[in-house]
Ligand binder design. Sequence first.
Ligand code: NAP
Length: 322
Amino acid sequence: MPTILITGGHSGIGIECCKLLASTYNYNLILAGRSPEQMEIFAKELRKSYNVKISVLAMDTSSLKSVRTGAAQCLKMIVNGEIDSLQAIICNAGIRLNGAVSYSTDGYEETIATNYLGHTLLVELLIDSIVNNGRVVFTASGTHDPDTADGKLMGVAAEYDVIGLAHTGKDGSKPISAGKLYATSKLCIMLYAYELDRRLKKVGSSIASIAYDPGATSGTSFLRSMPKPVRWLTSTAFIHWVMKRSGITMGDIVFSGKSLAKVAVAPDFVNSSGKYFQSNDFRLTERRSSKLSYDEERALKLWSDTKTLIHLKPNEGSPILR
Ligand SMILES: NC(=O)c1ccc[n+]([C@@H]2O[C@H](COP(=O)([O-])OP(=O)(O)OC[C@H]3O[C@@H](n4cnc5c(N)ncnc54)[C@H](OP(=O)(O)O)[C@@H]3O)[C@@H](O)[C@H]2O)c1
């Protein structure tokens, strides 16, 4: 049985996604993340409940070294026959920071490093291990679109220049705000997901690249860096009502998690490469993303700047993505 690798699978919407992948779809899973103890607790639960193979892989997506080590470990497991090839890679880990800007071990702004750069390196290193008709799914966010209520709520996405974003605030100027950095990291993901789709199609690959927005979802750890009263407020029925009335895309932890699993493996999404899906008010539908996300010229620049930032070595990366 092919395996699915997911980042951020042990919490929030990742939990419901993994449960569905293991139960209904019967896939073996690799939980990749920076909290091995928490992942192992969830892995034990999944193994016991669903009788599938669950591997735990240490991988901090904000660190290029950690992504390289984790990806190498995954390849070793495939070569050793410990696990089968990958059916899908689900790039789901994400953070929304609060307060002063911080930088990853590589010296890149942490939101951009965690949500975007680490995942692009992961795809480069593991895409050749995906089976025919497999998928790469990116958990994006409606906040990437500055023309929507979601985008305005979080902090309108910046005119991205990923190299500038990664180094924001380092030259002594005011850093881009945390909300804007989050929204822009997701805009980068959208551009990358579409560019990946174009490149895969160009070389005749059957692998799909799909973007997915779970909607504003309470009950996850997503707002953990926010003050307690803010976290409490966002979980109340009143705020949900206000958000819905304001046009915010509304997720639900179970529905949104299950929808992520479906986008990654369900036959209904077989011809979905280059598409964007959204969970909103218990409906999973295909949507148009932001105008900027379809800009192919910007996507090309982002693609090449991203390669510079992740320091892809000559012997690294997939030949189909060059
Ligand atoms: N909740 C929402 O309203 C909402 C809306 C739109 C999109 N999203 C997106 O949905 C995805 C899942 O978020 P969630 O709401 O389920 O929140 P969550 O419960 O906080 O899940 C985020 C996951 O990302 C992992 N993660 C964070 N930093 C990491 C790193 N450096 N390396 C590896 N893993 C890391 C976390 O692991 P740790 O336990 O180790 O921190 C956690 O498992 C994210 O991409 C988020 O941006 C969420």
